[in-house]
Write a protein that binds this ligand. Structure first.
Ligand code: AMP
Length: 434
């Protein structure tokens, strides 16, 4: 395949989503299928779509995601706006929850009957070092429930993701679960963690040394220091939960058992973002290599208040759409059959061409997928092209057909031909009947 050397190629870490892509996960038909399944399942589970903007004030992410997180400290694409916004920077969303909460508050959704169950899907941006499954522009499906404290809400958001994965054919997934406690029990635990790590913190990376006092939980899951013995012997949050968090934790697990969801308790999951309370979870796929987390989420009962609302519980998750499609490729899941063109109108000569233009327009108005040659090709070349684009029928119009008021309708699969009146309704009916 010849590819020109471009003076301006795509930025690093971005992907084109293409018709008939060489790598199936980049095929736009797969994306359309995934997006349609997402919209369908959200409707079935009672979630409504909310589309926040792609950028927000930088401060929203600093407050909502956490100023000490990698996402905020190292990975944000921040823009310098002009004019009336000067002085205030904007940032391309690195995740969705902060924007969803802002939109919920700003539009008064809390005044409607509660809980608010909302979803969104689209691009997110992080300045990470690109590799397979990790990009600078990637896509997430995000699901949130605002206003429900019940552990059944945690179970539901875990279940909806798994159900989508099952419908797509994503195979066996590994669900890992933890609890991060709440403002009552976590501070006590954090002090224990700090005391545990302090004597050996000089053996950890510079990030950990810096964040031990502000965010000791991150020292637990630091990838750079993975395997340090102090990580293995650290005290665990789930052993230090307050009564309320412990009840929530146990109730969530009994809901998951009732839903027959297999999971493992992994006390080391802390998740990258600061806002989580109580439940956190991650879902992995064993085939995905280094970037094997398909999605993650949890409960964030303090976030809505942090962003200016009344104290309101929240729970949700974000699934990486590229990673989900990569898994389907890895497993060899066949893409959905492409939607076929119903009818390619083949015209020979000027008069027939003029008639064909009108006919195609009418067929499209009647709801069919129809097209015609725009390159002045020969009859043979037009037929070949109709085959290439996968048309179900070719409707051929030449001088003879024009004179007789008919078209020759060729069934491209059966290689048979019939005559149909040269009228859009008759032609559409014949195509539909086939
Ligand atoms: P996070 O908000 O970091 O928990 O991300 C949720 C999910 O989004 C992850 O489990 C990934 O599937 C996906 N994801 C996060 N960052 C990236 C990235 N840079 N490229 C591709 N997918 C990502």
């Amino acid at each position: 395949m010849e590819v020109p050397k471009l003076q301006i190629p795509a930025p690093r870490g971005t992907n084109d989503i293409l018709p008939g892509a060489q790598f199936k996960w980049q095929d736009s038909a797969r994306w359309q299928h995934l997006e349609a399944e997402i919209a369908r399942i959200c409707h079935q589970y009672g979630y409504a779509e909310l589309r926040p903007p792609v950028f927000e004030h930088t401060e929203l992410f600093a407050r909502g995601v956490g100023a000490t997180t990698d996402v905020v400290q190292k990975e944000m694409f921040t823009l310098m706006p002009r004019g009336d916004e000067e002085g205030q920077t904007l940032t391309l969303r690195p995740e969705f929850t902060a924007g969803m909460v802002r939109a919920y508050l700003e539009n008064g959704l809390f005044n409607q009957s509660q809980p608010t169950k909302i979803w969104t899907a689209g691009p997110a941006f992080r300045a990470e070092r690109p590799q397979k499954g990790r990009y600078r522009q990637f896509h997430q499906w995000d699901v949130e429930i605002f206003g429900a404290q019940d552990p059944a809400a945690d179970a539901e958001v875990i279940e909806i993701g798994l159900e989508l994965a099952r419908r797509l054919g994503a195979g066996e997934l590994l669900v890992s679960l933890n609890s991060l406690g709440c403002p009552v029990c976590r501070p006590v635990y954090r002090e224990q963690l700090k005391a545990h790590f302090r004597p050996v913190i000089h053996e950890f990376c510079s990030d950990c040394q810096r964040r031990l006092e502000a965010n000791p939980l991150r020292v637990m899951d630091c990838k750079a220091d993975a395997g340090h013995p102090a990580q293995r012997t650290a005290p665990l949050m789930i052993e230090h939960l307050c009564a309320e968090c412990d009840t929530h934790w146990k109730s969530l697990q009994s809901h998951l058992r009732a839903l027959r969801i297999q999971y493992q308790v992994d006390p080391r999951i802390v998740r990258g973002l600061d806002y989580y309370t109580k439940t956190v979870f991650e879902v992995l796929h064993p085939n995905l290599g280094a970037q094997n987390t398909l999605w993650g989420g949890g409960r964030y009962d303090g976030l809505i208040e942090e962003l200016g609302g009344k104290p309101t519980p929240g729970v949700g998750f974000a699934m990486g759409m590229e990673r989900m499609l990569l898994v389907l490729d890895e497993l060899g899941v066949a893409p959905p059959p492409p939607a076929r063109m119903d009818c390619f109108v083949v015209a020979l000569g000027e008069a027939a061409k003029e008639r064909a233009v009108g006919l195609v327009y009418q067929l499209r108005r009647l709801g069919l997928s129809a097209d015609l040659d725009l390159l002045g090709r020969s009859l043979k070349a037009q037929m070949k092209y109709a085959g290439k684009v996968g048309a179900r029928y070719a409707a051929i119009i030449g001088d003879n057909e024009l004179a007789q008021g008919v078209v020759a309708l060729r069934d491209m699969d059966a290689a048979t031909q019939t005559q149909v009146p040269l009228a859009p309704e008759a032609l559409a009916a014949a195509v539909r009947a086939g």
